[in-house]
Design a binder for this molecule. Sequence first.
Ligand code: CUA
Length: 312
Amino acid sequence: MKFWPEQSPLFPERATEIAREVDAIYFFGLGIATIFSLLIAVLVVYFAVRYRRRHPDEVGEREQAPAWLELVWSIIPLGILLVMFAWGADVFFKARRAPADAVEYYVTGKQWMWKFQHPQGAREINDLHVPVGVPVKLIMTSEDVIHSFWVPEFRVKMDVLPGRYTTLWFEVDRPGIYRIFCNEYCGVEHSLMRGSVIAMEPADYEEWLGGGQPLTALTRTGEQVFAEKTCNTCHKDEAAALGPSLTGLFGTEREFQDGSRTIADENYIRQSILEPRAHLVMGYQALMPTFQGQVDEEELTLLINYIKSLQD
Ligand code: CUA
């Protein structure tokens, strides 16, 4: 939908399809609000004049609105609101659910910078290079306080919390430099916690990456951390292993001893490393020590990414 200019001095540029959809619903809501505000203002003036008191001793009469009129002014606004609700829910789910083929990048916020980790291993601070036309999913956490990742040109924003992962996704339309803002007050240099998404043609992105680390660097380092922390002594693919096998774990449903179930996502793996006794997998004992304070955010990211890579 393009019935207004892509660029105007009043609004940030739209660099994603979601940005266009968010603006469409925004302008629809604004339009409805304007129409009803004008309608009410005009009627207030019209009725004030039309039904003004003409003689000092004139007394008003009580009039009952007919049932059809009551119905009309109830059903029309209800219809409009339901349209806004359904439309808004549709755009919300599109904006919140990353496509299955999205490429995953890790983001860590800290006072007062953004740290990025590419799936291919490259790392950056405050700048994030991404290819255009590719859905990018950010898996984000914070090392200290609450931050919020916001790119106005993409019309997406998500809080970045210590102790858990939140996600956000976008697919940039065209090459450009788009500003990142921290949108949650996080200390004296909050306003300086800025960065840029640098969207490049896929070929340029590959070339840019070429200057970085080899493609398997991230997964390999995760494997090293897995061995350094001796995770592999219990989590191995053997029937007699003390811990459950992690192969093919990611994205599957886990069943616990208390009968509850959950899907093994990033937050589940994170909690299992830091608070292993929170959920005991069926058939295993509470043998695993906590790794709280023994792995930092970066090691956690590497471990999670390694465990995700363990497929059959
Ligand atoms: Cu980080 Cu505000």
